[in-house]
Design a protein around this ligand. Sequence first.
Ligand code: SF4
Ligand code: SF4
Length: 180
Amino acid sequence: MTFRQQIEGLSGQNTNLCYQCSKCSAGCPMAEWMDLKPAQLMHSIRLDLEDRVLNSTAIWLCVDCETCTSRCPQKVEPAAVMTAARVLATQKGVTPSVKEVSIYYRGFVDNMRLNGKIHDASVAGITQLLTGQLRDNLPLAWKLFIRGRVKPPPLPLGGGEFRRLYNSALAIEKDREERR
Ligand code: SF4
Ligand code: SF4
């Protein structure tokens, strides 16, 4: 299976419908910082440039706002393609080009598994700890805490239902992988 087919299988999108109008890139709030703008990323996928896509900063800087998807005249969903590229990069063990974001995602999922819901301050704190930014941000965190803007973390008891869903999703994905 080619790289393009893998991305299309995961995202459910037909990248050949993209005619490079760049409306997605024009509307993307993160395009300025991306090495491949959304339209360039779509083109790279059509050219099967796996290394270029999976090692791009674009797939990790995408914030899933879906502006690109809402603007696409061809009804292609670049946001879904970005997500698929992130999933594929993770499955293939590609080192994320923006490590802070991948650490944040990991912290987000772990937090859900623990609490059953997100405690923003925990996710932000763990991300900053693991990326070496915690010390600089402690004064701000303390100010937010004493003003009641940051709540203490909940007891880690509520994640059971999410864990069941998470494990089911993993089992489905594993099954799908084995059938390929
Ligand atoms: S807006 Fe749609 S058709 Fe235009 S470049 Fe982006 S993905 Fe392609
Ligand atoms: S979903 Fe991602 S690629 Fe699309 S506009 Fe938002 S940040 Fe940009």
